[in-house]
Design a protein around this ligand. Structure first.
Ligand SMILES: [Ca+2]
Length: 399
């Protein structure tokens, strides 16, 4: 799996706040180890020594890394934030502005223009916040001062390779606190594997050159499975009596099978007549909107392993080309559960024999499946979506 910026962010946010794994005095020794790896990968010693001269850990990065969000966002809040009216309007304007370039890239890479613009909008609001940290200092700090040494040591080596091959200074190579760089927030390892010089000036500049930034993103997306054809996802309406336990990322059916069950597009039209595999999800539970996920959804998830992130890219892409907004509103009383509440819920589900995995505070497929079993026992709609009411019921049942 290719590390993506947001995977890193998620990993960073879910790491335990145990404090620096190494004392600052060990920082130089850690850099020496990375220096050895970089030399082996062909980075000239002079480049490494210039980059590491006077380098110190960034305490701001350590601080940001140690923070854990107590709540995750609901579908409604996440989408309202990622796909607001301003971002849609700006995306439409950017699509016009770069139409020629995007059409050429779409023909060459098979990645649709509106998806490139949507990633750009979600990642950096069209280049308006790319991050002002030194990417090299960030990844070196995370490699040497946190518990994710292996991952970020490699990112540091890749950052050194960029300095060597792309003739940049460490000052020019800016990024987020977690080391994600440029318009599309590429990690250094994504850059060295996928970034391309589209405008042909001899340097890959994903910060200032939109040809380079778009072509790099298209090359990456094609590499992780994006193909011409259906979009990543679309809103659907489920027929009366639809078996809710079929609405799950683990239930794969040909698109035609869903049509046969009565599933339609949100506007009432028929789904594409296709044998391609697809899934249906209810990201805000049975009262909220339903989506069908087409094969490109997996490619978007390979960029960032968050279902809500991938849905926001698909929803923004659709509206950038004038498609409809999400029709079914998310329930206004849908509330996020805190990590501690989820841990408590998992513990109680385990007590009832419905959940056998670790109580980690994260709602994944196994937790959703256990929630469904409990909902069925309790006579509730089995959508696998935990709500505060369901948790209260569980607390009364499994004391
Ligand atoms: Ca260039």
């Amino acid at each position: 799996m290719i590390p993506s910026p947001k995977i890193v962010l998620l990993a960073a946010m879910t790491a335990t706040a145990a404090g620096p794994a190494l004392a600052q005095s060990d920082f130089q020794a850690c850099l020496q180890n990375i220096r050895g790896d970089a030399l082996q990968q062909g980075v000239p010693a002079a480049i490494i020594d210039t980059a590491f001269r006077g380098l110190t850990p960034d305490s701001k990065v350590i601080d940001l890394d140690s923070r854990q969000p107590e709540f995750s966002l609901t579908f409604g809040k996440y989408i309202a934030n990622a796909v607001n009216a301003d971002r849609i309007a700006k995306g439409q304007q950017k699509l016009q502005q770069y139409r020629g370039l995007l059409t050429d890239i779409e023909r060459e890479y098979g990645v649709t223009a509106q998806y490139l613009v949507a990633f750009w909008g979600v990642e950096t609001n069209y280049g308006s916040y790319m991050g002002d940290f030194s990417a090299l200092r960030s990844v070196a700090t995370l490699a040497c001062m946190t518990k994710r040494q292996a991952f970020f040591s490699n990112e540091t080596v890749q950052a050194l390779r960029i300095l060597a091959n792309n003739h940049m200074t460490t000052q020019q190579m800016k990024g987020s606190w977690a080391g994600a760089m440029g318009n599309m927030q590429f990690m250094p390892s994504t850059f060295t594997k996928w970034a391309v010089d589209r405008d042909g000036n001899g340097r890959i500049d994903i910060w200032h050159s939109m040809p380079d930034a778009f072509a790099s993103a298209a090359n990456f997306l094609r590499g992780i499975g994006f193909r011409p054809g259906l979009p990543a996802a679309e809103e659907v309406v489920l027929p009366q009596g639809f078996p809710l336990d079929q609405a799950d990322t683990t239930v794969d059916k040909p698109i035609r099978a869903w049509s046969a069950m009565g599933v339609k597009r949100a506007g009432g039209g028929a789904l594409p007549s296709s044998e391609e595999p697809s899934q249906i999800i209810l990201p805000a539970g049975w009262r909220g909107p339903a989506f069908i996920l087409y094969p490109n959804f997996k490619a978007v998830m390979n960029w960032n392993r968050s279902t809500l992130y991938a849905l926001s890219v698909a929803i923004l892409a659709q509206q950038i080309i004038g498609g409809p907004a999400v029709m079914q509103p998310a329930p206004s009383d849908d509330e996020p559960l805190s990590r501690n509440t989820v841990i408590d819920m998992q513990t109680r589900l385990a007590r009832l024999g419905l959940y056998t995995d670790e109580a980690d505070g994260l709602v994944g497929p196994k937790t959703r499946s256990a929630v469904r079993l409990f909902q069925k026992q309790a006579g509730l709609p089995a959508d696998g979506h935990p709500t505060p009411e369901m948790v209260a019921r569980l607390q009364r049942t499994a004391r």
